[in-house]
Design a protein around this ligand. Sequence first.
Ligand code: HEC
Ligand SMILES: [Cu+2]
Length: 379
Amino acid sequence: MYKRIKSIIGLGLMFSLLLFVIACNSDSPQSTFDPHGPIAELQKNLFMFTFWIAVVVFIIVEGGIIYLTFKYRKKDDKLPVQTHGNLKLEITWTIIPAIIVVIIAIPTVLAIWETQVMPEEEDSLVIEAVGHQWWFEFKYPTEEVVTANELHLPEDKDVIVNLRSQDVLHSFWIPKIAGKVDMVPNHENQLYIKADEPGLYYGQCAEFCGIAHAMMRFRVIVHTPENYQNWLDEMRTPPAKLASGSDEDEGRKLFVGNCSMCHTYDSYKKGAYTKEITSQYNRWEEWKNDKENSAIVSAPNLTHYGNRITLAAGIKENNLENLIKWIENPDEIKIGTRMKNHASIYRDENELSNEQINQIAKYLLSLKPSQESSATYNK
Ligand code: HEC
Ligand SMILES: [Cu+2]
C-alpha cells in the first residue's frame, strides 16, 4: 500500500518537474505567458489570478481528501456510525464556491469590457484581415496597401483588425499580442490589438478550417513608427528593372503566363489597391462557380515577395531552395492547397521544366523595392 502511494507521488513529482521545465523554455514563440502588448498582458494577468485561486482550492480539497482518507480508513471490522446529511456543511460548500465565482467574475467582466470596446477609429490604424483556406490576406484600406501572411504594424499604436473570411470559419490569434477572435464568412468581427515593442511575432489560425488548418500561420512584424512608414513607402515603390535575358527576366515572363491569373505581383502602382480588391473578388467568384475545373482562385498577393521571411503561410523559410520545392509541388510542403488543385502547370501538358521553375523562383526573390526609386519616393 505505502509502496504504491510512494510511486504515485514519485510519478506526480516527475510530471510536475517536466511541466516546469517545459514552462521555463524561454524561446516559445507562441507562449501566452510572455505578453508583448497590453491586451495579452491583461489576458495573462486574468489567467494567473484565476489560476492561483484554483491552486488554493485544489490544495484545500485534495489536502482534505488525503487527510480524511487516512484519518477514517478502516481499522477494524466495526461498522462506523451512519450519518445522513449535514446542513451546516452543505450550506458552507455551496456558499464558498459562489463567492469564489463572484470574485473571479469581477475582473473577468472588466477585462471583457476593456478588450471588446474598440478604440476611436480616427486615432487607430484600421486593418482588414481575411482568412482563406489556408492563408491570410492583410489589407490596409487607408494606406491602400495589400499583402499576405506577414502583417506589419507600428509599435504602441491602437490597431483595429476587421476580421473576415472568404470561405469557412477561421480564427485570428497572435498569442503574444492578443487573441483570439473568429473570422466568419458573411460577418465582420473586430479585434483590438496593440504591440509594445518592435519584433517578430507568430500568429496562427485557431479554428479548425480544413486539412491544412495546422499549416495556416502568419508572422507579425512590429516596427518603430519610422520603420513602419518606410515599409509603407517601400510597398509603393516598384522593383528595379530586370536585365533582359537574365534568369529573373525569363522567370518574369513565365510568371506572367502561368501564375499571374491568381497572384498579383505589382500592387505598388497607383490605383493597384482597388484593382486587387476587385481581382481577388473575381478570382473567388470564378472558383466558386466551377470548383472542379476552375484554373483561377484567390491567392496571396506577391508584391515584393523577395522581402518576405516566410513561404506557404508561415510554414517554411523563404529561400530559393524552398521556393523551388513549393513551385514543383505545393502538396509536398502543405497538403491540399488550391494552388496545386487548380494551377494549370500541374496538369501534364502544361508542366514546367526544372530550369523554368528555377527562373521563376529567382524572379520572385528579385521582387524587392528598388533602392533608387525608394530614395525618390522619400523626397
Ligand atoms: C489557381 C491559382 C494559382 C496559380 C495559377 C498559382 N498559384 Fe501560387 N498560390 C495559390 C494559392 C491559393 C496559394 C496559397 C496556398 C496556401 O498557402 O494554402 C498560393 C501560394 C503561393 C506562394 C506562397 C505565398 C505565401 O505568401 O506564402 C507562392 C510563392 C506561389 N503561390 C507561387 C506561385 C507561382 C510561382 C505560380 C506559377 C508557377 C503560382 N503560384 C500559380 C494559387 C495559385
Ligand atoms: Cu484557418
